[in-house]
Design a protein around this ligand. Structure first.
Ligand SMILES: [Zn+2]
Length: 465
């Protein structure tokens, strides 16, 4: 027999687990999970298929979707994702996600509010860890307007927050004073709150397209470039300049460390890697500088979507199959403009689809110059320059046609690159700094800056009027 209680409002699932352990006098986490499984009637053979989050939701007598949305950080973590974007948070099929992330924090250390500790004890007789204090960039309690404290201890979440008030560091009142009125920081918090309210993900390609459109309107560079054109404005620079650096170090320190005008794939990639998700924090940073308000950002992301699903607008034509494109290409001798006319699409969309199929634009019917050159190169095995001469075209024109023919392979290459970038973008390589680490990093930078004559934005200089 086990004593079970309900999770408290906004209580983190791991805090709830710790409470169950204490109520039942169980010291080991693993032991508690086993006892919970057997108490809830999970058969031994099924034990490994059921995640801790699901067990806790059963103990809480809540459906897994409700439990995940109310007691874990998954709604934020998976608010924008390319991994199973159709899967609602906690829905059947989420075991892999719950196994990996169900109990995880987003920041490396847990935060608490000393005033909430007192209020919780008054109201519930026990203090607990709140989800809202664990969100990225949150350094003070929205309810009490006081700086948070943070506990640098493994398994702190399994104990009541009251035990950590004396054994934790206070964020420092100066952060509150400096950041509370910062418009862009406030916008970031509001966007994070909005993403926490999601019940299912927004797919990355959709969000990426919205952000790209907005970035273009701001004149930002929206493609990958190892050497961005002179004067090009990068999203990563706009974010870096839009936030106080001390605060930014507690969220995404690599942005502060990066050189101006150098692309940072983890940030700039949200505009040009439509298939690899970045952490929600990165999207929230991007939205904070691209949009004038959190509402505008959240509405724009939701536009054209029921979360997780693109809404088909009334009367939109159904997608033309690859087969139709291939046969139209054959019938029209490889001339793009004629294919477009037959299928009734714009020449641009016909070109995009045909290139995805590896079918280059032959420009004219019959044995025109490009077809002659391509035949010489691909079928007769001639060298590029020779084949171009046979076609009577320049080597550059032939190269362009070869590139179109190889677009299918290029797609695969890009996908490989995106996967690699996604892995590195999935998590900032440098752990977010704690507030005290951020301040001391800031001090050492200031020493370096004063020696080199450079300047650095501090919290204060970052504040908007
Ligand atoms: Zn509080």
């Amino acid at each position: 027999m086990l004593a079970i209680s309900a999770p408290l409002p906004d209580e983190l699932s791991r805090s709830f687990l710790g409470r169950l352990m204490r109520m039942n006098g169980v010291a080991g986490e693993k032991d508690m999970i086993e006892r919970l499984a057997s108490f809830l009637g999970v058969a031994e053979r099924d034990r490994r298929k059921v995640t801790v989050t699901e067990l806790l939701s059963m103990a809480a007598r809540m459906g897994p979707e409700n439990f995940v949305c109310q007691h874990t950080l998954i709604p934020l973590r998976r608010s924008i994702t390319s991994y199973l974007p159709d899967l609602a948070h906690g829905a059947p099929g989420s075991q892999g996600v719950l196994f990996l992330s169900g109990q995880r924090l987003i920041r490396p250390i847990p935060y608490l509010c000393a005033d909430c500790v007192r209020a919780d004890v008054d109201r519930f007789g026990i203090s607990y860890w709140h989800r809202e204090h664990q969100l990225p960039g949150v350094l003070w309690c929205a309810r009490h307007r006081t700086p948070l404290r943070y506990a640098d201890a493994e398994d702190a979440l399994l104990w009541p927050t009251s035990q950590w008030v004396g054994d934790s560091r206070e964020v420092g009142a100066e952060w509150f004073n400096e950041l509370n009125e910062h418009k862009v920081v406030r916008r970031f918090h509001a966007i994070i709150d909005g993403l926490m309210d999601t019940h299912r993900p927004y797919p990355v390609p959709h969000v990426s397209a919205r952000l790209r459109q907005k970035a273009r309107a701001h004149g930002l560079l929206t493609y990958s470039s190892s050497k961005p054109p002179r004067g090009a404005r990068l999203l990563s620079d706009v974010v870096r300049d839009g936030f106080p650096h001390d605060w930014l170090s507690t969220v995404f320190p690599e942005l502060v460390a990066k050189a101006p005008e150098a692309q940072l794939v983890q940030m700039d990639g949200v505009l040009y890697l439509p298939n690899s998700s970045a952490p929600a924090t990165v999207y929230a940073l991007a939205c904070s500088v691209l949009y004038d308000s959190a509402d505008e950002a959240l509405t724009d992301i939701a536009t054209g979507m029921q979360q997780g699903m693109v809404i088909a607008s009334g009367g939109r034509r159904s997608k033309v199959s690859d087969e139709v494109y291939r046969s139209a290409y054959l019938v029209h001798g490889g001339v793009y403009r004629e294919v477009a006319r037959q299928i009734s699409v714009t020449p641009q969309s016909a070109a995009k689809r045909l290139q995805q199929l590896g079918l280059p634009d032959l420009k004219e019917r019959g044995w025109g110059p490009i077809r002659r050159a391509l035949f010489a190169f691909f079928v007769s095995g001639m060298r590029l320059e020779e084949a171009a001469r046979i076609g009577g075209i320049s080597a550059e024109t032939l190269e362009a046609a070869i590139r179109q023919a190889g677009a299918g392979f290029v797609g695969v290459l890009r996908e490989m690159d995106a996967t690699t970038s996604c892995r590195s973008a999935g998590k900032p390589r440098v752990q977010p700094l704690s507030p005290h680490q951020a301040k001391s990093a800031s001090e050492s930078w200031q020493v370096i800056a004063s020696l080199s004559g450079a300047t650095k934005r501090s919290c204060k200089s970052g504040i908007e009027g």
